[in-house]
Design a protein around this ligand. Structure first.
Ligand code: PAF
Length: 287
């Protein structure tokens, strides 16, 4: 496994890979790799000849009040995990190498970045799109893999790739969950034992709402109210940031639950912000 630290070294290793490998897959991460990340690596490994992972805690996607300094970092364990999952190259740059020369250019996807998480994190997706655009340019992969847990992130990246004609296929892999349903996240490590006990309520609330939509098609505000009530009861340590029912493509709020939609939420437990979502893609009326 090759480990690179600079953009120059990476481009050099990639130019060799582009000569010999038919398909190159990139898994962009911020490290502290868990089974969710490794499922992306495994998907890349089974679909591509050459698999690259980037590990970079990208400062531009954190607001000054957010957890950049305390974000979990585990470089040794990450390298071991990559090695044992058959990764060909890991790129672990420093902030200086990525942004050292200063940058006057940023990528901003309108509308899609302004709803859901974008309401409380107005600069977040600008940072995400800019770093992902840079990584796509550095690696020029045929495929790039992202987790569906960050539904909005994947939608925005797909739109960026389409609007800016990046020649890459964006693959969204299913959310990997703990046995009790909690979506895997590097931030789960911050939860206190009591918060951890309550956190699975997020996915349970979404699943219950999905079933109720498939059964009886309540108006969307009604489904949202059910989720909020369930969380108030089962996760009282959490503060709800948002619960929304949105169109899967435009991310605009929907009023009815007759068509496909995504239920998405963000809940804060102390300083730990958790997100989750569920796609309700083919609502069916009860027979
Ligand atoms: O999902 C993440 O871990 C990050 O937002 C990403 C895509 C690696 C960009 O820094």
């Amino acid at each position: 496994m090759i480990v690179t630290h600079t953009i120059g070294e990476t481009r050099e290793a990639l130019s060799q890979a582009h000569r010999t490998a038919k398909t190159i897959g990139l898994v962009p991460t911020m490290g502290a790799l868990h089974s969710g990340h490794m499922s992306l690596v495994d998907a890349a490994r089974s679909g591509c000849d050459f698999v690259a992972v980037s590990i970079f805690v990208n400062p531009t996607q954190f607001a000054p009040s957010e957890d950049l300094d305390t974000y979990p970092r585990a470089p040794e364990a990450d390298l071991n995990a990559c090695e044992s999952h058959g990764v060909d190259l890991v790129f672990m740059p420093s902030v200086e190498d990525v942004y050292g020369q200063g940058a006057l250019t940023q990528v901003w996807v309108e509308e899609l970045s302004e709803t859901l998480c974008g309401r409380s994190r107005p600069t977040h997706f600008r940072g995400v799109c800019t770093i992902v655009a840079k990584l796509l340019n550095i690696f020029q992969p045929h495929r790039a893999y992202f987790g569906a847990k960050d539904y909005q992130q994947v939608s925005i990246i797909r739109r960026m790739v389409s609007d800016l004609s990046f020649p890459v296929e964006i693959i969204a892999c299913p959310t990997v969950r703990e046995a009790d349903g909690l979506a895997m996240s590097s931030r789960n490590a911050y939860l206190s034992p009591e918060e951890r006990r309550q956190a699975p309520a997020l996915s349970v609330a979404l699943q219950r709402a999905k079933e109720s939509i498939r059964r009886s098609h309540p108006p969307a505000p009604h489904a949202i109210r059910e989720i909020r009530d369930y969380l108030a009861h089962e996760a009282p340590a959490g503060t709800i940031e948002y619960v929304q029912a949105v169109d899967p493509d435009t991310l605009r709020d929907v009023e009815t639950t007759e068509g496909p939609l995504v239920l998405a939420l963000a809940v804060r437990f102390g300083h730990t912000r958790l997100i989750d979502n569920v796609l309700v893609d083919a609502p069916q009326r009860a027979p």
